[in-house]
Write a protein that binds this ligand. Structure first.
Ligand SMILES: [Zn+2]
Length: 237
């Protein structure tokens, strides 16, 4: 009867080492949500129709999706960020123009005014915004050399992959230049990703230390302008 006992011991050792391994590899990110516009109409909408708990869950889900899409499997692949803050603010006005959301480093701001004025499913729109903004938290920016339009295109590519496209988005094949930004660039990047599975992940990895349009050539053996022509031809425009 000594044998089953030995087996139990062996199993518990395996379990222990597995648990030990898990502890070593957990890199927890803390998500903090603060509604600074609680008395504004949009702040009330946030509390009643979205909620801090849902916002935290969405930030975590977005992080998991982004790390997967970007193939960032270890901490060394990622930015060293342990806390992400979400602030619901009354409005976001930059140079006289209103924005739905803005992200700097590890802080995301979402405009209560925007939530209040949104025509449609505000929770769904908020979720899409979080996928986009969380991408800014985690993505590389070519050490400041990449165009803002590409940065925004990658963020909308993630939003597309999360299946939360916004109303009024460009359709596949739309747009006049590949680096028009936002959904036009996102659709083009999705096309490139179809040519080489994981293209956007590879592009983002290359953007850790700098940026060049030649990254498209390196990864897809065609210039970005040729790829754009091919893409437009595929949709007959
Ligand atoms: Zn953005």
């Amino acid at each position: 009867m000594g044998r089953p006992a030995l087996m139990i011991l062996a199993i518990s050792l395996v379990t222990l080492s597995a648990v030990h391994g898990t502890i070593i590899h957990v890199e927890a990110v803390e998500y903090t949500v603060t509604n600074q516009a609680e008395t504004a109409p949009g702040g009330i909408i946030f509390n009643n129709q979205i909620g801090a708990g849902y916002a935290q869950q969405t930030m975590d889900a977005a992080t998991q999706l982004i790390w997967g899409l970007f193939q960032q499997t270890t901490a060394a692949d990622r930015k060293d960020i342990t806390q992400v803050l979400l602030l619901i603010v009354e409005n976001i006005v930059i140079n006289g123009q209103s924005y739905p959301a803005v992200t700097g480093n590890n802080q995301i701001q979402v405009s209560a005014d925007y939530l209040n004025g949104y025509n449609g499913d505000v929770k769904q729109e908020f979720t899409g915004i979080i996928y986009h903004e969380m991408t800014h938290v985690w993505q590389w920016n070519g050490a400041g050399q990449a165009r803002g339009e590409l940065i925004e295109g990658i963020a909308d590519f993630v939003r597309l992959k999360a299946n939360y496209p916004a109303n009024g988005w460009a359709q596949p094949g739309d747009g006049t230049t590949w680096d028009q930004g936002y959904s036009v660039t996102a659709r083009f990047l999705d096309y490139c990703d179809g040519l080489r599975n994981g293209f956007v992940a590879e592009l983002n990895k290359k953007m850790r230390d700098g940026y060049s349009d030649n990254f498209f050539m390196d990864l897809l053996r065609k210039s970005v302008d040729q790829l754009w022509s091919d893409y437009k031809a595929q949709y007959g425009n």
